[in-house]
Design a protein around this ligand. Structure first.
Ligand code: NAD
Length: 494
């Protein structure tokens, strides 16, 4: 059993401005509900464009001093930030669980992946060291990466600490002042980042938090003094944020939704494939952009499916899997299952109407669900469900399987389970996705490799982590120099 999640009400939280919590000016608030208890655990401001203006003003005051701070001193703060987070990982994981519905173990794993990005940020003095060479006789060119100014990040509900950490360490170590707009569904753990950064010695105004929803996001897109915005969330909003931000000349990188396919061929190892498929589709209750949502079985893979069904039945809610984030999401996912069954899908495992764990009777629970015989054109095969639902499509050949994968509008991840290197290579070369797994169901690239998808899983150029992420938050400056022959008197000493 996972660690018990304790109910607690954190009261009214504020925005983080100039290293302290302040209420929003107009006093509108958003109620934060725990998906384990169906009860309010805090309120946060529903900030207006005026609240945002005040935050941007403070960040602009901080920018020149921060940009002028030696890059090694900026990186030193990341070393301290990393240690502070590691020391508080248990508390933070419990807060994520209460706020978001993950298990504590799952929350802890996600924090660790965020800490990996902080670790990478400590290497930025090396990553961004200036490049210089002689480009012509007597002429040198020197290239440096310069910070952009005040920048912002808008994040989704499903990884309340990891996704903000894809952005914050890279942006601020590169010399920018960063404003976070966390998800209004799960803001609490992200707010802790502010306290950690203050403790690590980050100067006032370099990091700020604006809580809120649509108005705060639109304010960020439209604000001409915010030079760049990174967004992670659904494709619908990613596209809106990208279009609106770039319309005012802002740099934007907007990561969207996903529909990830796993292709399974009969030579795949039965045991590890069943486990890998299950972990990918049901981990985090399917609420991750790297989750497998469709399994394409080429020819006869029934022994693998049978083993997966057996393992699914041993799944314990509250231990192997947490809750769905809110009641609306639970209803939306259930409708996808109902519709698929009506259309003729075979329900191999049904997660509806399961018995909730005794301690969390009021939580938003849905068990693992597996649908077989799914048609590639059905909504459950095409649209992002974002829940613990796996649709199995049967295909005769690898070519057909690839065609189905290629036809989906998204392109975050794809994977293949096989013992044949030739099959693996064919899928890796031809799948239309930015992150490919070979016998790995959640192929998140670890640092220094970068995270990012293709197609409608991303609007904008480049990836959000790794070197690509650092480059997003900087401008290149090239200084070309020729030094004339000197007539200075010191020449005589040569
Ligand atoms: P969402 O798009 O609803 O919300 C993301 C952010 O956008 C939030 O901060 C929210 O306040 C804001 N927002 C929501 N509606 C808005 C609107 N109409 N106008 C302006 N701003 C708005 O996403 P979510 O439900 O919080 O998160 C789940 C989605 O995020 C899934 O689609 C998932 O695939 C995606 N996701 C993608 C990645 C990735 O790396 N590609 C990672 C994590 C999550």
């Amino acid at each position: 059993m996972d660690k018990n999640i304790q109910f607690q009400n954190y009261g009214a939280r504020g925005n983080w401005v100039a290293n302290e919590w302040v209420p929003a000016k107009e006093g509108k608030t958003i109620s934060i509900i725990s998906p384990y208890f169906d009860k309010e655990i805090a309120t946060v401001p529903d900030s207006s464009a005026t609240d945002l203006d005040a935050i941007v003003d403070r960040a602009q005051v901080a920018f020149p001093g921060w940009a002028a701070t030696n890059i090694r001193d900026r990186a030193q703060i990341m070393f301290r930030f990393k240690t502070i987070m590691e020391n508080d990982i248990e508390n933070l994981a419990e807060l994520i669980a209460l706020d978001n519905g993950k298990t504590v173990a799952d929350a802890k794993g996600s924090i660790q992946r965020g800490i990996d990005v902080i670790e990478y940020a400590t290497t930025i003095p090396e990553v961004l060291k200036e490049e210089s060479s002689q480009v012509s006789a007597g002429i040198t060119c020197t290239m440096t990466h310069e910070p952009l100014g005040v920048v912002a990040g808008i994040t989704p509900f499903n990884f309340p600490v990891m996704v903000p950490l894809w952005m914050i360490p890279l942006a601020i170590t590169a010399g920018n002042c960063f404003i976070l707009k966390p998800s209004e569904q799960t803001p609490l753990a992200g707010l802790q980042i502010a306290e950690y950064l203050k403790e690590a010695g980050l100067p006032t105004g370099v990091f700020s938090v604006v809580n809120g929803s649509r108005e705060a996001v639109e304010g960020i897109c439209d604000h001409i003094d915010i030079r760049a915005v990174a967004f992670v969330g659904s494709s619908k909003v990613a596209k809106i944020v990208y279009t609106r931000s770039t319309a005012v000349g802002k740099r934007a990188l907007c990561l969207g939704g996903a529909k990830n396919h796993i292709i399974i061929v009969p030579d795949a190892d039965e045991n590890s494939t069943a486990k890998g498929l299950l972990a990918s589709s049901m981990g985090s209750a399917g609420q991750r952009c790297m989750a497998a949502s469709v399994a394409i079985g080429v020819a006869d893979i029934d022994p693998i499916i049978d083993q997966m069904i057996t393992e699914t039945k041993a799944f314990q809610l509250g231990a192997d899997m947490g809750t769905i984030v809110n009641k609306q999401a639970l209803d939306r996912i259930t409708i996808y299952i109902n519709e698929a069954v009506k259309m003729g899908a075979k329900l191999l495992v049904d997660g509806r109407n399961i018995t909730p764990p005794a301690e969390y009777q009021d939580g938003y629970w849905l068990g693992p669900t597996i649908l077989d015989g799914v048609d590639p054109d059905w909504p459950c095969a095409k649209e992002e469900i974002f829940g613990p639902v796996l649709s199995i499509i049967r295909a005769d050949t690898i070519e057909t399987a690839l065609k189905i994968e290629n036809n989906n509008q998204y392109g975050n991840a794809a994977a293949v389970f096989t013992t044949s290197s030739q099959v693996a290579q064919t899928i890796a070369e031809n799948a239309s996705a930015g992150m490919i797994g070979v016998n790995i169901g959640v192929p998140v690239p670890r640092e220094p490799y970068s995270f990012g998808g293709w197609n409608e899983s991303k609007y904008g150029h480049g990836d959000i982590t790794g070197r690509s992420g650092v480059e997003f938050w900087t401008n290149l400056k090239k200084v070309t120099a020729r030094w004339p022959e000197s007539t200075d008197t010191w020449k005589k000493y040569f």
